[in-house]
Design a protein around this ligand. Structure first.
Ligand SMILES: C[S@@+](CC[C@H](N)C(=O)[O-])C[C@H]1O[C@@H](n2cnc3c(N)ncnc32)[C@H](O)[C@@H]1O
Length: 294
């Protein structure tokens, strides 16, 4: 087996990526599922072949077998995995993506969690699978404007986690091309950010101080020490997993909620799911949400 120098990739055009037979495809799909939980159906084979193939070329390999061996052994393989997983995951996101879920949060969840709260307490929210951070800043804007409206000086923090280091770096920077800020309501954009050189939107420091980003594989969520969170916002992540995995992840997330805390999911991400410690929260926005009992 030849071990090329990864810093000097052997460049070849994408159209000469080697074919991947069904056995090879199944092996890559299994690796992806084992490590990230994501299922890769046969319809998405061309996406997998292109993503793996292009990254394989960049890393200096020209056949899937050698690249697979490199990726699954040793420290450098682990580093390479973080680069590949970034290619294989879908990072689509935007500011104020799910308006109904955000209204539900503002109108029903926040008043509910804050009612019994002493003013020196803090509010903790987790955005799981936060991609490039727009969701994290959106949640911060909603919470901040709500507290201001209510005249409450409560401390709050929003933690965003994702498996993709590249996405997290974008989130931490908090600077977006203007077109990506187009879904921000004008009042929010003016209140919580600034335009830089007429081409970028930069989230303001006051809001940035309220957020933090960390890498985390959602499959490991069950192993975290309990955080007593008020809200877990997990949207457009479970759709990439099979039913059993979705339910296992949701069950793990619930344990990080404080009693009365709420798990907010994307529409249809769990069907007929029941958990002994939670109740499904019926609401007029039809948002899929579960509240921890207690
Ligand atoms: C489509 S984006 C959703 C972003 C945001 N939640 C939203 O709804 O706009 C899905 C994100 O989940 C992340 N992801 C995929 N598998 C993951 C895993 N096993 N653990 C943590 N994050 C994962 C991807 O990197 C990606 O950024």
């Amino acid at each position: 087996m030849s071990v090329p120098n990864p810093v000097q990739p052997a460049w070849r055009p994408a159209d000469v990526l080697p074919d991947m037979d069904d056995r090879e495809f199944a092996r890559w799909a299994d690796l992806l599922e084992e490590r990230t939980g994501m299922t890769m159906p046969a319809e998405r084979k061309s996406f997998l072949v292109t993503s793996v193939g292009l990254r394989m070329r960049e890393a200096g390999y020209d056949n899937y077998e050698d690249y697979f061996q490199y990726l699954t052994s040793g420290v450098f393989g682990n580093l390479e995995w973080t680069a590949l997983v970034d290619r294989l995951t879908v990072h689509e996101t935007r500011f104020f993506r799910d308006v109904k879920a955000l209204e539900f949060l503002r109108e029903e969840v926040l008043p509910g969690v804050l009612r019994p709260r002493p003013t020196n307490d803090a509010l903790h929210i987790w955005s799981a699978g936060c991609s490039t951070g727009e969701e994290v800043y959106t949640l911060a804007m909603v919470v901040d404007s709500f507290l201001e409206q209510q005249g409450l000086a409560l401390h709050y923090g929003i933690t965003g986690t994702d498996i993709s280091l590249h996405s997290l770096a974008v989130g931490k920077a908090g600077v977006y091309p203007m077109r990506r800020a187009s879904t921000l309501p004008d009042d929010m954009a003016a209140r919580y950010g600034e335009t830089v050189a007429q081409t970028r939107f930069r989230v303001g420091d006051a809001l940035r101080r309220r957020v933090c980003f960390a890498q985390m594989n959602i499959l490991d969520a069950g192993q975290l020490a309990s955080r007593e969170l008020d809200v877990i916002y997990c949207q457009n992540l479970l759709i990439y997993f099979n039913k059993a995995r979705r339910e296992a992840i949701a069950g793990g997330l619930v344990h990080h909620l404080r009693p009365g805390g709420t798990l907010i999911l994307g529409a249809g991400e769990l069907v007929k799911w029941e958990h002994p410690e939670t109740e499904c929260v019926r609401n007029r926005w039809d948002v899929l949400a579960y509240r921890r009992r207690g």
